[in-house]
Design a protein around this ligand. Structure first.
Ligand code: GLC
Length: 546
């Protein structure tokens, strides 16, 4: 049996099926709609899709509140539609992973309904109950804007139940061996249908223990290792991606000794990319990556700029959080919980140079990068919608009615399209960008292509260039004989850079090596003392053979 490696140099694309493409005109995106757009995703060059939850659900948390682990929400299609999607994806060499929400269910799940109705039901012990709301006081509240406690009294049950997220999402009790077994069954069901793995939601919180924060407990890691062993034994090509919003030292154990997760999001580097761009200095990125412990060779970080949630500022200091809020979320409405409910393009002022640079930074870092649907064309947001809905508006395909998302009347759409302001779909849409060879879409597609053509990005180790001006982020990636040196100007002014292989430890041994301009494929002289001028927000990548 060989370990899977496809995720090491993958490019992921996260999408919400409901928001992507509506094939039957009911106002909700669906699986057939997604299947029809696989050619598009293939043309962008992404290699793996991450589907947000598609299961039956009351959708009070956009499907992260699951009412049935073994089906498809009727608005999104059927299991047969899912099978057809998998066949069509495989035919194109596209992998597909899906969200697996293990920590909690919807309160509409039959397990919870049975549990609350009868103290003696075998399902009672699937959840965490108490006669008082006093246990586990050291566990923080995550949805600070809406929840006041992790305990909610259920009048039917006559007891309090435990929940780390919305009170409509009771936490499962992982001390119960039956719950542990249920989740393996769920995994097998979807992997048997051809899924390539899971983005496992909210993994730090599986167990509760008095006197702890209830995060990252040894019991949790033990169970996650069991999930991995199960996958390795029965589905050796499948991968597990951890959603654990934690500091580097607490994230590292989620890889175990290569026997826990294959992938984990690097949450701490994300806000620091925004800090670096706002302050025009590379230091925040370099510092957090230097503070990140090495991971097993088979493991991989997953890096991202934005996703379907608020831009979380949990992994920064209090002072940094205030600074980032002031800079990126000047309006109170832009703030949510400990984060910012805005999309990438509005955060960066809709400036294509900055958007391309932000993606170039991401692509140069170790890890597998993820696009969030719509960010490849610089879609905007609607901060006036509820919760995080403003980041989950319909994909803007073209300038036609409903942005080409749906044939339904506009008032039947699950959410309004972005129809006014600088990000209105008449201006920001895929068709317009496909027609313009200088568009953001074409530039990002080229980045994807370049990244895939250079194994150093997915497989390589890395070192930072130390001798550059503070406003230039420089990183060296090396795999086998391939070396890529990536330089990025984080400022609005030109920057002159001296590249000196004699003084730069990351470039040791490269003196005299022939260089190629990675972005154009043209020869670029030799590695020797060189001076370059980087235009505002420009980047320059060089490839050498060591
Ligand atoms: C994860 C998801 C988020 C969801 C929460 C509760 O953090 O990313 O969207 O609300 O889990 O399931």
């Amino acid at each position: 049996m060989t370990a899977p490696t496809w995720y090491k140099d993958a490019v992921f694309y996260e999408l919400y099926v409901r928001a992507f493409r509506d094939s039957n005109g009911d106002g909700h995106g669906d699986l057939p709609g997604l299947t029809q757009r696989l050619d598009y995703l293939q043309s962008l060059g992404v290699t793996c899709l991450w589907l947000q939850p598609i299961y039956p659900s009351p959708l009070l948390d956009d499907g992260y509140d699951i009412a049935d682990y073994y089906g498809v929400h009727p608005d999104f299609g059927t299991l047969d539609d899912f099978r057809r999607l998998m066949v069509a994806a495989k035919r194109r060499g596209l992998r597909v992973v899906a969200d697996l929400v293990v920590n909690h269910t919807s309160d509409q799940h039959p397990w919870f309904q049975a549990a609350r109705a009868d103290r003696h039901s075998p399902y009672r012990d699937y959840y965490v109950w108490s006669d008082t709301p006093d246990k586990y006081p050291d566990a923080r509240i995550i949805f600070l804007d809406t929840e006041t406690s992790n305990w909610t009294f259920d009048p039917v049950a006559g007891q309090y139940f435990w929940h780390r997220f919305y009170s409509s999402q009771p936490d499962l009790n992982f001390d119960n061996p039956a719950v542990q077994a249920e989740m393996l069954k769920v995994m097998a069901f979807w992997l048997d249908l051809g899924l390539d793995g899971f983005r496992v939601d909210a993994v730090p919180y599986l167990f509760e223990r008095e006197g702890t924060t209830g995060e990252n407990l040894p019991e949790t890691h033990a169970y996650l290792k069991r999930m991995r062993a199960f996958v390795d034994q029965h589905y050796p090509e499948a991968v597990l991606l951890a959603e654990a919003n934690q500091w580097p030292a607490d994230l590292r154990p989620y890889f175990g000794d290569g026997d826990e997760f294959h992938l984990a999001f690097h949450f701490p580097v994300m806000p620091r990319l925004f800090m670096a761009l706002a302050r025009g200095t590379a230091a925040p990125i370099v510092e957090i990556m230097r503070a990140t412990p090495p991971i097993p060779p088979s493991a991989q970080w997953c890096t991202f700029l934005r996703n379907h949630d608020e831009l979380t500022l949990e992994m920064v200091t209090e002072a940094e959080r205030q600074w980032l809020w002031n800079f990126y979320a000047p309006e109170p409405r832009m703030r949510q919980n400990l984060g910012i409910r805005r999309r990438l393009a509005p955060l960066l002022g809709g400036d294509w140079r900055k958007l391309e640079l932000a993606n170039a930074l991401l692509f140069s870092l170790p890890g597998t990068p993820i696009f969030y649907y719509g960010d490849e064309i610089g879609m905007g947001d609607n901060i006036w919608l509820d919760d995080r809905d403003g980041l989950r508006t319909p994909m803007q395909w073209d300038a036609g009615p409903n942005a080409g998302f749906s044939a339904a009347p506009a008032d039947k759409l699950y959410a309004p399209v972005i129809a006014s302001g600088p990000f209105a779909y008449e201006r920001v849409n895929l068709a317009a960008q496909l027609a313009d060879p200088t568009s953001l879409w074409h530039r990002l597609r080229r980045l994807v292509e370049i990244r895939k053509a250079h194994p150093a990005f997915g497989w390589g180790d890395f070192a930072f260039l130390d001798q550059l001006p503070p406003s230039v982020f420089g990183i060296m990636r090396r795999h086998a004989r391939q070396v890529v040196v990536a330089l990025h100007n984080l400022t609005a002014g030109p920057q002159t850079v001296s590249l000196d292989p004699a003084r730069e430890p990351a470039l040791a041994g490269l003196l005299g090596a022939a260089l190629t301009d990675t972005l154009t494929g043209q020869p670029a002289g030799r590695m020797e003392l060189r001076r370059f001028t980087l235009q505002p927000y420009a980047y320059f990548w060089l490839t050498a053979e060591a």
